[in-house]
Design a protein around this ligand. Sequence first.
Ligand SMILES: N[C@@H](CCC(=O)N[C@@H](CS)C(=O)NCC(=O)O)C(=O)O
Length: 211
Amino acid sequence: MILYSFRRCPYAMRARMALLDAGVCCELREVLLSAKPQAMLDASPKGTVPVLCLPDGRVLDESLDIMCRVAQEHRESLWWPGDLQMRKAMLALIGHNDHLFKYHLDRYKYPQRFGIEDTREYWLQGGGFLAGLEARLQRSPFLFGPEASLADVAIFPFVRQFAAVDRAAFDALPYPHLHRWLRDWLDSSLFASCMQRHVPWQPGDAPVYLC
Ligand SMILES: N[C@@H](CCC(=O)N[C@@H](CS)C(=O)NCC(=O)O)C(=O)O
């Protein structure tokens, strides 16, 4: 398997964390978004990372598809719950993250890209999503119960980005459970492994593995 990835991309991060956690070893090709390798574009012309090329020639070019496949095939219980209602609820929360929260995060983090002068509205809207996470984390250590799930790993990289825009403002939010949850993920060995630095891949390079 080959994974095209970009270290700082939150979508690529969650795919790498899922692969690492499941113990699935694959070749890791670090990509420069400004100079995407032709081999990656041949596999997935839409040109976003992550892209996972499977040995049978199939290509997964959506991070959630990569995570779901890994969770289904290599993990049990909460990662990919047998309970259909729980699975639907997890995918709904991830969908909310990927669409609404990401929308507000982008505008809060990069106001100049969107011609925005006052980011307060986006901070508040993003904060609304965080309040929902806090309510869940008050009830259990992870978003869907006592163990880490697909949803925790899918959402964590985006909360990390939101927190990093103005760390003091984030730390001042009255969300102690969310702060603990984020800190635990940031301190985890899984995150440390997924954030190792690699030089961008070029054809002919010796393979580097994500293991
Ligand atoms: N829906 C995609 C989104 C992936 C995505 O947007 N990745 C960004 C980097 S974080 C990207 O590759 N953008 C292309 C570019 O900047 O040229 C997924 O979940 O995999």
